[in-house]
Ligand binder design. Structure first.
Ligand code: FUL
Length: 483
């Protein structure tokens, strides 16, 4: 009788554990579009326009339209390069600060339609949209798609209305044209730059109108600006998020052009931020944003470093790959990108914790056990029982690693504010893996990749987490970059 009672009790407890609800979210959390965006990890930026032909970085806006004349433009090639290099999306400069529109806009007299390129009948946005659709249509079910995004500069050095109230409606109409004719866009990029200087034109932007225009036409679009709302500038153009990097930000009283946090705040975000505004790390493959003859792309080593300091620090990498005067990505650049992606794939090919055992206190049963952090499924996670929590990992035999990858399950918020790593010695003692008891990291977020100063060998390791709330970890992995 007693045995039957025990079995019944065990069954009831098991059923309760299986049905245990997930932890409550903590603080701001990403929207479904922001989560999908973050999971793209790396996207390609294409700066292309009159500057490609003039050698300028900031065109004056007075350039003759005929200057824009790509000899053999091939947006299909841009998409092929993006797909081969593992980028999830392409963001093209539809209008840079010089005001030139890469599509025949009805809002401006400074567009492809006024140029001699294909006798004024050309349309770069159409070519790119069609190339992306063709690529995606040719993918087998489950194949990786490429998405389209657009940069449209609010600062306009050509438009006669710039600096007057009328410009706000012109700009909103411009957004309307692009988003209704060439969408859906996964991202809208609002550049924060304005080089007018003290004596220059001053435009008071109608940000609510611009944001509403995009949201009405394309509610899924993630809107970039210095302060979001979809994602934020990381505060530099060097490919570097902060070693501490929160996806949360305080934006009260700020607009994308006024009263915004300083660059050194954007690089780290705000631990107590009340909005989810993750960092986007924009950096160019070449010295300039636009293609210029004689410039060389960054080396594979530099690009791997940039990957580690962007994606590996809770940012999304937006790597600029500027098409040349032919309207193609030059061979040196595409070869460099493919070699970079091959190197990333090599480094992260074998997770040393793939067959390991993880033990840690968890919330409400096996559904939330630490073992979940070792699998590759995105939606399974270790929900720790307390805000101070440890996980012991046994590799089964000695493992040598120099890279540790951690991911928080961000649909439930960003929580972790400190992680330490210890290795077990032969005599059972736990030794800090880093000199001077330094923490492994001070934030995790969507993804944190920590590169150790030198390789570490151990059979058992322990990760100690401190969170603003109990950590929710969906990935712990270890790699050896030398293998
Ligand atoms: C900056 C611009 O001024 C550069 O020309 C470039 O477009 C870069 C991505 O953003 O603010």
């Amino acid at each position: 009788m007693r045995t039957i009672h025990c079995i019944a009790l065990a069954a009831t407890l098991l059923a309760a554990a299986c049905a245990a609800p997930p932890p409550e979210p903590f603080g701001p959390v990403p929207s479904s579009s922001q989560l999908a965006w973050q999971r793209m990890e790396t996207n390609m930026f294409c700066h292309f326009g009159p500057n490609t032909f003039s050698g300028a970085e900031w065109g004056s806006g007075d350039e003759a339209e005929d200057m824009f004349n790509p000899a053999s433009i091939d947006c299909g090639q841009w998409v092929d390069v993006a797909a081969q290099a593992g980028f999830g999306g392409i963001i093209v400069t539809a209008k840079h600060h010089d005001g030139f529109c890469l599509w025949p806009s009805g809002q401006s007299a400074h567009t492809v339609a006024q140029s001699r390129w294909t006798e004024g009948k050309g349309d770069v946005l159409r070519l790119l949209r069609d190339a992306i659709d063709a690529h995606n249509g040719s993918q087998a079910a489950g194949g990786r798609k490429v998405r389209m995004g657009v940069y449209i500069s609010p600062w306009d050095r050509n438009h006669p209305a710039y600096g007057t109230d009328a410009y706000n409606q012109v700009f909103a109409n411009t957004l309307r044209e692009v988003h209704s004719q060439y969408g859906p866009m996964f991202e809208q990029w609002f550049d924060g730059a304005c080089g007018e200087g003290p004596g220059g034109k001053r435009q008071v932007y109608d940000w609510p109108l611009f944001m509403q225009t995009v949201a009405d036409l394309n509610p899924q679009c993630v809107v970039f600006s210095d302060i979001g709302p979809g994602c934020r500038w990381v505060g530099n153009e060097e490919g570097r998020a902060g070693t501490t990097c929160w996806s949360t930000l305080r934006t009260d009283g700020a607009t994308p052009s006024e009263n915004k946090p300083a660059p050194d705040e954007l690089v780290t975000g705000h631990r107590d931020g009340d909005k989810w505004v993750p960092a986007e790390v924009d950096v160019s493959l070449r010295p300039g944003w636009f293609w210029h003859p004689g410039e060389e792309p960054k080396t594979v080593e530099q690009l791997v470093d940039i990957y580690l300091t962007s994606v590996g620090r809770n940012g999304l990498l937006l790597l600029n790959v500027p098409p040349d005067t032919n309207g193609r990505i030059c061979a040196a650049d595409s070869a460099r990108l493919v070699a970079w992606r091959a190197e990333i794939d090599r480094i992260f090919a074998r997770d040393l914790a793939g067959g390991a055992t993880a033990r840690g206190r968890h919330l409400r049963g096996r559904r939330y056990s630490a073992q979940n952090a070792l699998d590759t499924a995105y939606h399974t996670y270790w929900a720790a029982a307390d805000s101070v929590a440890s996980v012991n990992i046994d590799f089964g035999s000695e493992a040598t690693f120099d890279l540790v990858v951690l991911q928080e399950y961000i649909p439930l918020g960003q929580r972790v504010c400190r992680v330490e790593l210890h290795c077990q010695e032969a005599d059972g003692h736990w030794m800090p893996a880093l000199p001077d008891d330094a923490p492994l990291c001070t934030t995790v977020g969507y993804k944190r990749i920590v590169s150790l100063p030198s390789a570490v060998t151990a059979r058992r390791v322990r990760l100690d987490f401190v969170g603003l709330a109990a950590p929710v970890i969906n990935r712990i992995a270890f790699y050896n970059s030398a293998q």
